[in-house]
Design a protein around this ligand. Structure first.
Ligand code: HEC
Length: 149
């Protein structure tokens, strides 16, 4: 009797554990999903003209985001660049680009976080949710001259 209820308990525990694991894998974080969806819309409006819908860029004129080693190594500059522009020669996947990128100063912290979440979780990038509340401190750092090349 005792061992039977013990087995029963074990089985229930195992099932509860399994259900728990499945639920945590399958339930997408709603905030992450929202950022991805809205980030994609904003990307299509503000960025895809140059970097193209598929993020592959345009010849040697507009650098690719899909993939981009520059993006991996220069997170802050990328965020700053979206808002304030990016200029000077940069190297992306071993190719150099010299055109200036205009910024979109009207982008809010939420919009920047949404675009960043989209581009940093598409085309092989997997950075996860980029919080809008992390943008303020990051944008402060853009005002420093080192980002105004
Ligand atoms: C008018 C064309 C244009 C638009 C619009 C534009 N970019 Fe760019 N982008 C460029 C150019 C040109 C560069 C290279 C700048 C340099 O050489 O300093 C660049 C560089 C970049 C880089 C760093 C290089 C790389 O390929 O990883 C990222 C990331 C990026 N842009 C993302 C964006 C995002 C996100 C948007 C929309 C908010 C955007 N760009 C809008 C032209 C553009």
């Amino acid at each position: 009797m005792k061992s039977k209820s013990g087995k029963f308990l074990l089985a229930r525990l195992a099932i509860a554990l399994l259900v728990g694991i499945m639920a945590s894998c399958n339930t997408p974080d709603p905030k992450f999903q929202q950022y991805l969806v809205e980030g994609e819309q904003l990307y299509l409006v503000h960025c895809s003209n140059c970097h193209q819908k598929d993020g592959r860029g345009l010849r040697r004129v507009y650098p690719p985001l899909a993939p981009s080693d520059y993006m991996d190594q220069n997170f802050e500059k990328v965020i700053c660049g979206m808002k304030y522009g990016l200029q000077g020669e940069i190297s992306v996947n071993g190719n150099s680009y010299v055109q200036a990128m205009p910024g979109v100063p009207s982008l809010t912290e939420l919009e920047l976080a949404e675009i960043a979440t989209y581009i940093y979780n598409s085309w092989g990038h997997q950075r996860g949710l980029i919080e809008s509340k992390s943008m303020a401190a990051l944008l402060d750092s853009c005002a420093r001259p080192r980002y105004r090349r």
